[in-house]
Design a protein around this ligand. Structure first.
Ligand code: GFB
Length: 309
């Protein structure tokens, strides 16, 4: 990447896009073109066409998406499919038409089959049925991967796809109905402590396992791959270790110093039993994460909440 050339980060106000922006700024990039979703509705084909013709970015990070936790995915099923397909179709197609030198498409570990062997290798894509709660989101993301792969195959476009594991960090969503598990549990434990509540509700059975990556580590990996990865095959980004939801809840309980109990709500879905990433491809290229889960959660708590002792 040439630091003088224009970089477009789609979704720069989201948790992921903002982390990529921070990373590029720290690396000395200054020539950004950025639009909020109010300024540019990425679902609007004409608006995206006009934007690309006017701005002609050299590099694109496609981090704009409709995202959410298990309940949001399962509730807003049509929106997750339509919004994400429209956003990525418009941005990827216009990137091709306007000669973007390199584009990075960000997907998610939920693109892999629900019951795929663990850890998840990149080659397991499309080898089985998806988890029903997030099928619309996963189908959109799989379409994005295939766009990048086939624009490379037919047009020679240097478009790459990266698949991050579950993410957390500054700028996360704390709305309990829409958020992912980690911010939701932090909020629930902090508030239960403040209000002296005897228990904290944890959705599902607590048995599913998830892998968590701090978003600034993700941004670091994205920059690394933008410099060093030019292959048609998707590539996983994760830490290579997972934790059960019950143990995650116990870890957050410990860090928040909350004395009450956990109460599991089995009426809420568990989702995929496990989605541990195989990160051997990323490691073999020379990248590894640097923030431990404990350290990352501690940072998030300190940044976002005031803990009473
Ligand atoms: O993070 P999460 O919403 O998404 O849920 P997924 C992970 C697990 O935590 C599920 C449990 O088993 C939830 O039932 N959980 C326990 C909770 N307590 C809570 C809580 O208070 N809030 C939430 N949200 N979960 C999403 C996908 O899957 O993750 C997307 O729907 C995407 O497509 C994204 O891939 C990364 O990991 O299950």
């Amino acid at each position: 990447m040439n630091k003088e050339e224009k970089v477009y980060i789609a979704g720069h106000r989201g948790m992921v896009g903002a982390a990529i922006l921070r990373k590029l700024q720290a690396e000395g990039f200054t020539n950004f073109v950025l639009r909020t979703s109010q300024e540019l509705d990425l679902r609007n084909q004409q608006a995206v066409t006009d934007f690309f013709i006017k701005e002609k970015p050299a590099y694109v990070f496609l981090a704009a998406a409709k995202v959410g936790g298990i309940l949001a995915n399962d509730t807003y099923r049509a929106e997750f499919l339509y919004d994400n397909l429209m956003i990525q179709n418009n941005v990827i197609h216009q990137s091709y038409l306007n000669g973007v030198k390199k584009l990075m498409f960000l997907g998610s570990s939920c693109i892999y089959p629900k019951l795929a062997p663990q850890p998840l290798k990149e080659t397991y894509l499309l080898t089985g049925e998806l988890e029903p709660t997030n099928e619309p989101y996963a189908i959109a993301k799989i379409a994005g991967i295939k766009m990048c792969e086939n624009y490379r195959a037919q047009y020679g476009a240097n478009f790459i796809s990266v698949m991050p594991t579950n993410l957390y960090g500054p700028g996360d969503n704390y709305d309990l109905k829409k958020s992912h598990v980690l911010p939701a549990l932090i909020r629930k434990f902090v508030e239960a402590k403040r209000d002296s509540k005897p228990f904290v509700e944890v959705w599902g059975t607590g048995a599913p396992k998830r892998e968590f990556l701090y978003v600034d580590d993700l941004a670091d990996a994205c920059y690394f791959l933008m410099l060093h990865y030019n292959e048609p095959e998707l590539i996983n980004i994760g830490v290579g270790e997972d934790i059960s939801i019950k143990d995650l809840a116990l870890l957050i309980k410990e860090l928040v110093v909350y004395e009450g109990a956990l109460q599991f709500d089995a009426t809420k879905p568990d989702g995929t039993p496990r989605k541990l990433m195989d990160v051997s491809k990323l490691h073999s290229l020379g990248w590894q994460h640097s923030t431990s889960l404990k350290e990352g959660i501690r940072k998030v708590i300190e940044e976002k909440f005031t803990l009473i002792s």
